[in-house]
Design a protein around this ligand. Structure first.
Ligand code: AMP
Length: 397
């Protein structure tokens, strides 16, 4: 059980609080094109303002590779955050992040004021978790709050290194939610516990499959990765995506499921195409009977029903990876069907980040899920059962 101190467990009145946020928003010509991450950060920031903290915000944006790149400045974020918070967010425009502007701005803060530092990845030390930059960040604050789940699987100065030099390090509301759902619900689930995995490759989810087979009552596998399992069992898969190096691994996982008493469900039919294109000719084929010259692009209608029925009694469902090439409208049906089935459940439904999170939102089921993770890589590492450095670094309760 991960039991970390959060912003609800500390008194920040009059204290300088450095908050690591995820302000890695898409920018086009200096304009923010999707502000979801800013809006998501508001509850933690507003709580600290209300409690009389001096709130110093920091984040990375893009990959400036350790040097100042004006097009990746956080300046537009300061402007939009000021509007969203209804109060000034003072931008400390130091190319070295912790420079004269940041120091002066922090020294002049009153309770409830907000300052935003420049892009932490302007500093080459940031991604090396180097002590020099970590100490500089720590020198600005009395308390550290990590609310950036997207980088929790990385040990960088602004989310891990800094905690070595600050007495109090806690998590914000966004991080707390990820810990509660991805960390604790997966390790201590209400049963039956079903995991649904999809996406392109087996190889990118090996540890996820292994770890979940020790935890779930049922594992459902769809998407491109299912064809490696199908071929391993002697099926014909035509030109479908397949990783021949993982055929033996697939057989091992089928055996592991049997040994652990986990029900393993694979597609019974597929929507197949004669080219990797939305406009190809389309047929339905039984699983393992895909003709030469055709490839599996989505699960088929029988499989949609099978998977939807299989989750009906579940009390916890974790889903990562689409059931087919959902970006092509003709092959989005399987992913849509799984999203719709989950939306109807009286269960804890947790969507791992990345493509499945995007699919659920695009398909309009976002508010029907218990939790949609904000971190792609970080959520996969949680599902692998790994300890995330950004989570470990926060003080225990
Ligand atoms: P991942 O990042 O591993 O979760 O994979 C997501 C990608 O898998 C998406 O871009 C899907 O289009 C792709 N995908 C899912 N099913 C298939 C399939 N049957 N054939 C090819 N690509 C697929």
């Amino acid at each position: 059980m991960l039991n970390k101190k959060s912003v609800d467990d500390i008194n920040v009145k009059g204290k300088r609080v450095l908050v690591r946020c995820d302000f890695n928003v898409p920018l086009q010509d200096g304009k923010i094109t999707d502000e979801n991450r800013l809006v998501a950060a508001l509850p933690t920031i507003q709580k600290l303002i209300r409690d009389g903290g001096k709130v110093i915000l920091c984040s990375h944006l893009g990959k400036p590779k350790g040097e100042p790149k004006p097009e990746m400045s956080l300046a537009p974020v300061a402007v939009r955050l000021s509007e969203l918070l209804g109060q000034e967010v003072k931008f400390a425009a130091d190319p070295e992040v912790v420079g004269p502007n940041a120091k002066a701005a922090v020294a002049a803060m009153n309770e409830g004021d907000v300052v935003l530092l420049e892009n932490t990845r302007y500093r080459a030390e940031e991604t090396k978790n180097d002590d020099t930059f970590s100490k500089e960040l720590a020198s600005l604050c009395d308390v550290f709050v990590n609310d950036a789940f997207g980088t929790a699987h990385r040990a960088h100065c602004s989310n891990v290194g800094v905690t070595k030099f600050v007495d109090t390090s806690v998590v914000g509301y966004l991080m707390q939610k990820e810990i509660d759902f991805l960390g604790n619900a997966v390790n201590n689930p209400k049963r039956p516990f079903v995991a649904i995995l999809g996406g392109a490759k087996v190889s990118s989810k090996i540890s996820v499959i292994e770890n979940l087979l020790d935890k779930v009552d049922m594992l459902i596998i769809g998407g491109g990765m299912s064809f490696t399992f199908s071929k391993a069992m002697g099926g014909k898969i035509g030109n479908s995506l397949c990783e021949d190096d993982y055929l033996e691994y697939a057989l091992k996982m089928i055996q592991k499921a049997k040994d652990n008493g986990v029900k393993l469900l694979l597609p019974v039919d597929n929507k197949i195409g004669d080219a990797f294109s939305n406009d190809c000719n389309i047929q339905i084929a039984k699983a393992g009977e895909i003709p030469d010259g055709w490839e599996g692009m989505d699960i088929g209608p029988e499989t949609e029903k099978l998977f939807a029925d299989a989750v009906k009694d579940a009390k916890t469902v974790v889903w990562n990876g689409p059931m087919g090439c959902f970006e092509m409208p003709n092959f989005a049906s399987g992913t849509n069907a799984v999203a719709a089935a989950l939306a109807d459940l009286d269960a804890v439904t947790i969507i791992g980040g990345g493509d499945s999170a995007a699919a659920v939102n695009i398909l309009g089921y976002g508010d029907k899920m218990t939790h949609i993770s904000t971190g792609g890589g970080a959520s996969l590492e949680f599902l692998e059962g790994k300890e995330l450095p950004g989570v470990v670094a926060a003080n225990d309760k």
